[in-house]
Design a protein around this ligand. Structure first.
Ligand SMILES: Nc1ncnc2c1ncn2[C@@H]1O[C@H](COP(=O)(O)OP(=O)(O)OP(=O)(O)O)[C@@H](O)[C@H]1O
Ligand SMILES: [Mg+2]
Length: 294
């Protein structure tokens, strides 16, 4: 393990150096993941910093980031490896007189293999961070593709045998919990729930991410966003939205974050007209004409 982390506090400092503010729990799980060589399963609502954690880990450790973006229909050929059929075909055509036995060994060899992210992470000679992003988007059957990588850091290719990782990747899987992940997958990971940050931490995140933001704005934004998260809206504002809001206020040259300013920029925080109206009502804000439904 190239990281010289002796405690969760070391992890927290390293992540902060990469622009990521970890709470105690995040720092502890990352520390344990690196000590125990276990993948992290980061789960929580949208926009709370799950993907950003993997990016920050890559930056903090100097490890290259290898990313597998999950989506419905993702299969082995896109996640692990694929044979380069085109190249194989050309090879077959160029050597029509050869024996099949010779050809078979030839076209199912390394030079006809197309690496996909999981295999890339396993074969990399430099240590990497492997991000398996939005794991809950793949079908539960497809999760099986991940299991060998996650518990043994290896990939088996029938024609070539088992390929063992040269260096242990730091693995982060993320999930928005749109469906339950399998027990088999969960068992192999250290579970990390990332909730919405506390007001203090969100304020600190804003100050870090939006450098010119006046301190009083950061606090007010964090407070307002926290109170909106208490309202049962369809899509609660996440850290991404509070960062966007801070940038919006600066871009518009708003000097005072009063009710009028909040009301006229609610569309940056909320993505449904019904949420905007509900929030305005709950916070007793007067929506201007431009924010009213027609
Ligand atoms: N603890 C943090 N420190 C610094 N920045 C953060 C932190 N948490 C979130 N952010 C910022 O918030 C934004 C959203 O984070 P990110 O994209 O990682 O969310 P996510 O949890 O992966 O969301 P989704 O589920 O929608 O993919 C990013 O710009 C990220 O940098
Ligand atoms: Mg993400």
């Amino acid at each position: 393990m190239p990281e010289n982390w002796n405690s969760p506090a070391d992890v927290r400092d390293a992540l902060e150096g990469a622009g990521y503010l970890a709470d105690d729990r995040i720092a502890q799980v990352v520390f344990l993941a690196s000590r125990l060589d276990k993948p992290i399963l980061a789960e929580g609502p949208a926009g709370v910093g799950k993907t950003a954690l993997a990016l920050a880990l890559s930056e903090a450790t100097g490890r290259r980031l290898v990313r597998l973006q999950c989506y419905e229909g993702l299969d082995e050929a896109k996640a692990l490896y694929e044979w380069d059929y085109h190249k194989q075909l050309l090879r077959l055509q160029s050597d029509e007189g050869a024996q099949w036995d010779d050809l078979e060994g030839d076209i199912f060899s390394e030079s006809f293999l197309l690496e996909r992210p999981l295999l890339t992470a396993i074969r990399s000679s430099e240590p990497v961070v492997l991000l398996v992003d939005e794991t809950d988007r793949i079908e539960v059957e497809t999760e099986a593709l991940l299991l060998e990588v996650l518990d043994a850091y290896q990939v088996t290719i029938p024609e070539l045998g088992t390929i063992q990782a040269v260096t242990r990747p730091l693995v982060v899987l993320t999930s928005n919990n749109t469906r339950e992940l399998s027990e088999a997958l969960k068992r192999r990971c250290l579970y990390l729930h990332i909730p919405y940050p506390t007001i203090e931490r969100e304020q600190a995140i804003l100050e870090m991410r939006v450098p010119d933001l006046p301190e009083r704005f950061a606090e007010k934004i964090a407070r307002t966003v926290a109170s909106i998260r208490q309202i049962p809206v369809r899509k609660a504002p996440s850290v991404s939205e509070s960062i966007d809001w801070a940038r919006t206020l600066l871009a518009l040259g708003i000097e005072e974050l009063d009710d009028a300013a909040t009301a006229s920029t609610l569309n940056v925080l909320l993505k449904y007209q019904t949420d905007i109206e509900r929030t305005a009502k709950d916070l007793s804000l007067e929506l201007g004409d431009e924010m009213q439904a027609k």
